[in-house]
Design a protein. Structure first.
Length: 234
């Protein structure tokens, strides 16, 4: 195996340990020699792994003292942050934070889509909404989630801004997992269908402010349902 691949494996292993709480923020990691022994790699490979984590600000190196774990709030790479917030102890709180991020981006995207959408975009939104309704009636969770994701993708595309999709793409995997969790609840699916129908009507009207408010309402519904039906059971 190439050294680069080994270094990535070691970096992932250390990150997993940090996310699992084995190394809390502010604490030092084991020495390079100890890490090398644990993963059966050279100290050169360990240093490369630590450089990767340092570049992501997951850790900081203090000369003569060791390598220390930074708090998640200091991390600067989305990948590790997503891993920490979806698998770590604060996973529940991160679910609501994710809705906050969605609200900031998707309300603006809906407003842009209202003024830039084509008739094909509206037809696509209606098609995905119909898929959601059919999937709900047949209790097909996978199909419901796929249609829900596709619905929002149409809006992001219709916004006509290339940066919107780039910003949203890294969140796709974790958002899918969250949708699978919430959409398993029948009442949440019912609420989501109603909110999505209002969004379609608003975007079809071409009214940017109405569309922004419709998406904002959907984000509020999502947060409320998450707290009531999902987080309340944790």
């Amino acid at each position: 195996m190439a050294r680069k691949s080994l270094a990535s494996t070691v970096a992932d292993g250390i990150l997993d340990a940090v996310v699992a709480g084995e190394f809390a923020a502010g604490l030092a990691l084991p020495s390079e020699a100890e890490i090398g022994e644990q993963y059966d790699v050279s100290r050169v490979t360990v240093r490369e792994a630590l450089k990767t984590l340092q570049a992501q600000n997951v850790v900081r190196v203090l000369p003569g003292r060791g390598t220390f774990v930074n708090p998640v709030t200091a991390w600067t790479d989305l990948g590790p942050v997503l891993r920490a917030t979806t698998q770590g102890a604060d996973a529940a709180a991160s679910s609501l934070q994710l809705v906050e991020v969605r609200r900031m981006i998707e309300t603006g995207a809906a407003a842009l889509a209202a003024t830039r959408r084509t008739e094909a975009d509206v037809a696509s939104l209606e098609s995905q909404l119909d898929r959601m309704r059919s999937a709900h009636d047949s209790a097909d969770l996978d199909e419901f989630v796929e249609a829900d994701i596709a619905f929002h993708d149409v809006i992001l595309h219709a916004a006509g801004n290339v940066f919107v999709g780039v910003l949203f793409e890294p969140l796709g995997r974790v958002m899918r997992a969250k949708r699978e969790q919430t959409s398993a609840v029948e009442q949440i699916r019912v609420n989501a269908i109603a909110e999505h129908a209002a969004i379609v009507d608003a975007i079809r009207s071409g009214d940017a402010e109405r569309s922004r408010l419709a998406m904002d309402s959907h984000m509020t519904q999502t947060a409320n349902d998450l707290e009531r039906f999902v987080l309340g059971e944790i």
